[in-house]
Design a protein around this ligand. Structure first.
Ligand code: PLP
Length: 418
């Protein structure tokens, strides 16, 4: 059973002021979760979460996380600029990009961000772009092959395919990059890897940590480089389905601690800072898309048409991703109707749910589409001339604040030459 963080009564008040559709975020949930993460890694004095801005690029969200002690992980010029305007600088910014344009490295360096290099050739590219390299550089590792977890407590298997992913450097390239960077004057090094996405397993981070800690020990021996940071990146997932167990961040933090004690401490590397670049785990459950049923259609299947569409939330159309739906006010009604819940794009994949058992939906009902707080609004687009929705924040005192207005047709037309 998934329960929305907002009630029907609250939503009726909110929709009286702000028309649907909109994304709504839960400040209390965001803060409490950020504190749990911090607590889980409190054993590591250098620990810091750098929130993956691409998940939820909104200044008010970034400022909440900033107050909770987080930095930001950027991968584009505008993400860097937004972070700068929010008051992040220097050590607050991780720049983990790929296929990076020169001007982005330049801005990242001006801001004092920690640059995370995606490829061996980027060492020379960075040198040509910046002239002098920063004191600290991180490199992204790709072990190739497939990545699999077999020791998972819940019986979940995490499998991903780093060998087919465009990111990161091979093992020999990591050593080459470190040696060359050292020649060019870099003093401190970081190692990064992102091997699996949306993992529902307390074993992912500990398994990744073991790989990176081992690699750190080897690279230190081979190159003599001083490794000061290991970046576990993103990938800790959330239970989109009501029957999935949630990750326990305290267990995850403890698993990483054990690996640290076993591998890094005996190698004299007990001063290495751990960092994370979580996006989905930080925001996913603490946002929802609120939409209203505006049509019902009965042909070969039963359809409910809502006023949001894939332009507001792309994951179901793009990945076939499951997002739970609550029909507000009908939480206890029998789920005896099978619906496709659709948006209005001229694309048959514009469906938030396919063959979903739900209570009988009437035109005018409010639907909460769960877990849209990360990679929700941010993946939005304007296909079919659909406009981006507003984003609202449910604050800790229960009041609601608009943190991004909805686009208007004038916004859409603003870049056109008539
Ligand atoms: C997308 C991304 C993240 C965040 O991933 P989540 O799955 O949202 O945790 C972190 N780091 C990098 C480099 C990314 O591209």
């Amino acid at each position: 059973m998934k329960t929305p963080f907002v009630t029907l009564e609250q939503l009726e008040q909110i929709t009286a002021r702000y028309p649907t559709p909109f994304h709504l975020y839960d400040e209390k949930g965001i803060r409490e979760n950020a504190r749990r993460l911090k607590q889980a890694f409190a054993w590591n004095p250098g620990f810091r979460e750098y929130f993956a801005v691409k998940a939820t690029p909104n200044p008010q969200i970034l400022k909440i996380l900033q107050q909770e002690g987080c930095g930001v992980d950027c991968s584009s010029l505008t993400e860097l600029m937004m972070s700068q305007r929010c008051g992040f600088s220097g050590g607050d910014i991780m720049f983990s990009s790929n296929d990076t344009p020169a001007q982005e490295f330049t801005l990242a360096n001006q801001l004092g961000a920690t640059i995370n290099l995606d490829d061996l050739t980027h060492v020379e590219f960075l040198r040509r772009t910046l002239g002098t390299l920063p004191e600290m550089v991180c490199c992204r590792y790709n072990p190739g092959g497939t990545f699999q977890l077999t020791r998972s407590e819940e019986g979940f298997q995490v499998m991903d395919n780093p060998g087919a992913a465009k990111f990161g450097m091979t093992r020999p390239q990591m050593a080459q990059a470190f040696c060359r960077l050292k020649e060019l004057g870099v003093k401190r090094f970081g190692i990064h890897a992102f091997l699996a996405s949306n993992t529902i397993s307390n074993e992912y981070y500990p398994a990744l940590a073991r790989i990176l800690f081992q690699l750190a020990v080897e690279l230190k021996e081979e190159t003599g480089c001083h490794i000061s940071m290991i970046n576990l990146s993103g990938g800790v997932g959330i239970p989109y389905r009501p029957d999935q167990p949630a990750n326990d961040i305290a267990v995850i933090g403890e698993g990483v601690r054990l690996a640290y004690q076993e591998i890094l401490v005996p190698a004299g590397m007990g001063d290495v800072a751990i960092c994370t670049e979580l996006g989905r785990f930080m925001l996913g459950p603490y946002g929802c898309l609120v939409t209203r049923a505006i049509h019902e259609k009965h042909i070969y299947k039963e359809y409910i048409g809502v006023d949001a569409c894939a332009a507001n939330l792309m994951r179901p159309a793009m990945y076939g991703a499951y997002h739970h739906i609550t029909v507000m006010g009908k939480e206890n009604a029998p789920q005896d109707h099978k619906y496709d819940v659709t948006g209005s794009l001229c694309e048959n994949n514009d469906k938030f749910a396919v063959d979903r058992m739900l209570p009988k939906i009437d035109v005018g009902d409010l639907l909460v589409i769960h877990d849209t707080g990360a990679h929700g609004f941010s993946m939005g687009y304007q296909y079919n001339g659909k406009l981006r929705s507003a984003e609202l924040l449910l604050q800790e005192d229960g009041s609601v604040r608009q943190i991004r207005r909805a686009e208007t047709p004038e916004d859409y037309f603003a870049t056109l030459i008539w």
